[in-house]
Write a protein that binds this ligand. Structure first.
Ligand code: CAA
Length: 259
């Protein structure tokens, strides 16, 4: 499948998705969202993949949903557009493999929201974060009101959403919105190394950990620890568990086969 507004590369066990609309600072219009929707099915279907990276082409990560497209929407059309983004971001968040957001520049509105749908975020020191929607007369529409408060707590979520203030990468790090900030020219290398580290671990165990965190995070603690209990037990049916533990005991190197 070829795409116009997204680039898709696979290198070994690592997929790289690049939002590719630099002339609009990678703003998310319907076309980008539709292509991402299809692309995510392709990622999900590739059983060799162990981790994915999401980034933006040029000087921006994603500067939000496309304001020009949104400016003339009726409420019914806005609901459709909102649904499209919400659905694609949920699909991204629910991929069985981890996704790292490599935030190379603006992560505003829908850009901050898509970054929050990834498993964790590594930012360039040039990155800028914010939810500017109320300044445009709208609310966040791709789950910013929900994922932001879950990541940084309701205080900072309200502070950012009500003021529409943009924050730099160091502040985003301080409030827990991003996990690491690196010099702009070190971003690719840093994210690649993290992706390789994930890809070198037991794939079933990584996927099960993601499932435990994502599913468990949405239910009461008793149900959540049951999820972990069952997934933990399931990993003992894998060859990778045998190989991983034998390697430790024999002071060798495990060879994980995703089995
Ligand atoms: N939608 C559509 N086009 C956008 C865009 C967006 N979100 N962000 C940038 N662009 C376009 C600009 O219109 C401009 O296009 P033209 O050359 O055709 O005029 C081009 O990208 C370059 O942008 P600027 O000239 O503005 O670049 P800059 O460096 O001066 O400013 C910026 C960069 C601060 C990011 C500024 O572009 C900006 O404020 N963008 C909008 C950010 C924003 O408000 N995002 C939230 C959108 S609402 C949303 O996302 C709702 C939701 O939750 C679903």
């Amino acid at each position: 499948m070829t795409y116009k507004t997204v680039k898709y590369e696979v290198n070994g066990h690592i997929a790289k998705i690049t939002i590719n609309r630099p002339e609009a600072l990678n703003a998310l219009n319907s076309e980008v969202l539709d292509e991402l929707n299809t692309l995510l099915d392709e990622v999900r279907a590739n059983k060799d993949l162990r981790v994915a990276i999401l980034t933006g082409e040029g000087r921006s990560f994603v500067a939000g949903a496309d304001i020009k497209e949104m400016s003339t929407l009726t409420p019914v059309e806005a609901k459709e557009f909102g649904y499209k983004g919400l659905h694609v971001f949920r699909k991204l968040e629910s991929l069985p493999i981890p996704v790292i957001a490599a935030i190379n520049g603006f992560a505003l509105g829908g850009g901050c929201e898509i970054a929050m749908s990834c498993d964790f975020r590594i930012a360039s020191d040039k990155a800028l974060f914010g939810q500017p929607e109320v300044g445009l007369g709208i609310t966040p529409g791709f789950a910013g009101t929900q994922r932001l408060q879950r990541l940084v707590g309701p205080g900072y979520a309200k502070y950012l959403i009500y003021t529409a203030k943009n924050i730099k990468a160091d502040k985003a790090y301080e409030i827990g919105l991003v996990q690491e900030v690196v010099e702009a020219d070190k971003l690719d290398e840093t994210v690649q190394k993290l992706a390789e580290k994930i890809a070198n671990n037991a794939p079933v165990a990584v996927r099960a950990s993601k499932e435990a965190i994502n599913v468990g995070g949405q239910v009461d603690i008793d149900s959540a620890i049951k999820v972990e209990e069952n997934l933990f037990a399931l990993t003992f049916s894998t060859e990778d568990q045998k190989s991983g533990m034998q390697a430790f005991i024999n002071k060798g190197q495990a060879e994980f086969k995703n089995k």
